[in-house]
Design a protein around this ligand. Structure first.
Ligand code: UGA
Length: 431
């Protein structure tokens, strides 16, 4: 027969429900026969509940206190130092996703030319967080503070704007990856939509309002087959949820530009690659597998056509990001009120010369001096598009954007970095 303790505090909910009926009544009759015993039991239970609740609130406040990675005079000082501008006419930039691939490179470039930079990153585990930590160390070593926190934390964002009057926001934090959207759709909504709105709400209320440059994606062209892709082409047929959230971002930012006078520039990046890159991307995972003697899967499109991407080297993308920041124009609003029209721009940042995926593998084989074990399969219905190809004339006109690194040269630099970071047989590369 179960003890009274087992019946009152069952280890599983099911157990509680099953034993709730007659058995409980029998126990209650036996144990609470007299009113005085009942009174004592009631007192005991009230005391137990009260002490449990106060202990719980102590644990909650304690863990908040101990785990808080931001706040305090010392922290504010660090934020201000990192945001300090060291050149005439310079800017102070909040870079979200600073420990990410593009975020790290852009932060370093801004810092190098004398701008103030404060990074924000949530260090999630979409891919190996130790790589993000290593990027953070690189940034710290170059005078860039990376605050650990989530885009959806409105209090943290508001605090950052309290401490520093950021002139610009470079918004790169996002849930990236085209195919992962089928596995974890909500993470795309959380970061690319909810997080974006949280950021825009804080920016629109900031005084002065910053100008915002943010990462959209070439994937918004979706099923568009008019080449090369121009900003004027249709983008209403996304092929993945990832693309749909980036397209939604373009519409959402337009609203904030229209209502609140925020200056907005959206950048459609075309398959960015290079040193310190993202391990989930094909060029990176192919390199790892080739070195480890494992097979790689190469997708093939309709009618056995090879897939192709307008792979764009990170240094060219950084130039595009800085050019966008420099020409962004000012936001016009203050205190949440629009004072006039502000710029709203969208640019392709691509390389203008698509390369087929099997050719990417050929180049890697040459640089690595190892043959790949190719496993060619028909493209599953996973959100991939058959090809991308950027028309970059808008960005060229606006800030002289001109990519200069071809895939052969860029991958050589990537491979050099990969080998120095992971080594030939370093198990850090194993995932
Ligand atoms: O430019 C963009 O808009 C997007 O570029 C990349 O997305 P994707 O072009 O799919 O880049 P990879 O995941 O590196 O794939 C490159 C090519 O390799 C192919 N691939 C990928 C993985 C694999 O195992 N095998 C394979 O053949 C893909 O189908 C694709 O054609 C990024 O992952 C996105 O975050 C970004 O927004």
């Amino acid at each position: 027969m179960p003890s009274l303790e087992e019946e009152l505090f069952p280890s599983t909910p099911g157990k509680f429900k099953i034993d709730r009926g007659h058995g409980m009544n029998r126990h209650f009759h036996r144990c609470f026969a007299s009113t005085s015993t009942m009174f004592l039991w009631a007192l005991f239970l009230i005391a137990l509940t009260a002490s449990y609740l106060s202990f719980q609130s102590f644990v909650d406040s304690g863990s908040r206190y101990f785990s808080a990675s931001w706040g305090g005079i010392q922290w504010e000082k660090q934020v201000r130092n990192s945001a300090q501008i060291h050149r005439p006419g310079g800017m102070s930039v909040l870079v979200t996703g600073a420990a990410g691939f593009v975020g790290t490179h852009v932060s370093l470039a801004l810092k190098k030319r004398g701008d103030g930079v404060v990074g924000l990153d949530n260090f999630n585990n979409y891919y190996d967080p130790s790589l993000k930590r290593a990027r953070k160390s690189l940034l710290n070593g170059n005078g860039v503070l990376v605050v650990e926190g989530d885009l959806n934390d409105a209090k943290l964002l508001a605090k950052l704007f309290d401490v520093v009057a950021f002139t610009h926001v470079m918004h790169l934090a996002a849930q990236a990856g085209v195919r992962y959207a089928m596995e974890n759709p909500n993470s795309y909504v959380h970061s690319n939509i909810a997080g974006l709105v949280t950021l825009l709400e804080v920016c629109k209320s900031a005084n002065p309002q910053p100008s915002i440059v943010w990462a959209s994606s070439s994937s918004v062209y979706g099923l568009n087959d008019k080449v090369p892709f121009s900003e004027a082409d249709r983008t209403d047929r996304p092929a993945s949820l990832y693309a749909a959230t980036k397209k939604a971002g373009e519409e959402i930012t337009h609203t904030y530009n229209h209502i609140y006078g925020l200056s907005i520039t959206g950048l459609r990046f075309f398959t960015v690659y290079g040193p310190w890159g993202r391990p989930d991307m094909a060029y990176f995972s192919f390199t790892r597998n080739i070195l480890q003697g494992k097979p790689i899967t190469i997708y093939r499109g309709k009618y056995r056509a090879d897939l192709a991407r307008d792979f764009t080297y990170i240094d060219d993308i950084v130039k595009g990001c800085l050019g966008s920041l420099d020409t962004s124009g000012k936001s016009t609003g203050s205190g949440g009120k629009k004072k006039g029209n502000a710029p709203f721009r969208i640019f392709n940042l691509g390389n203008t010369s698509p390369v087929k995926v099997p050719e990417l593998v050929n180049i890697l084989e040459r640089h690595l001096k190892v043959k790949a074990k190719r496993n060619i399969v028909d493209m599953p219905g996973n959100g991939d598009v058959p090809f991308t190809h950027a028309n970059i004339s808008y960005a060229q006109r606006a800030f002289g954007y001109k990519p200069t690194t071809d895939l052969q040269t860029g991958l050589k630099k990537f491979v050099k970095w990969y080998l120095s970071y992971y080594g030939y047989n370093n198990r850090k590369g194993l995932q």
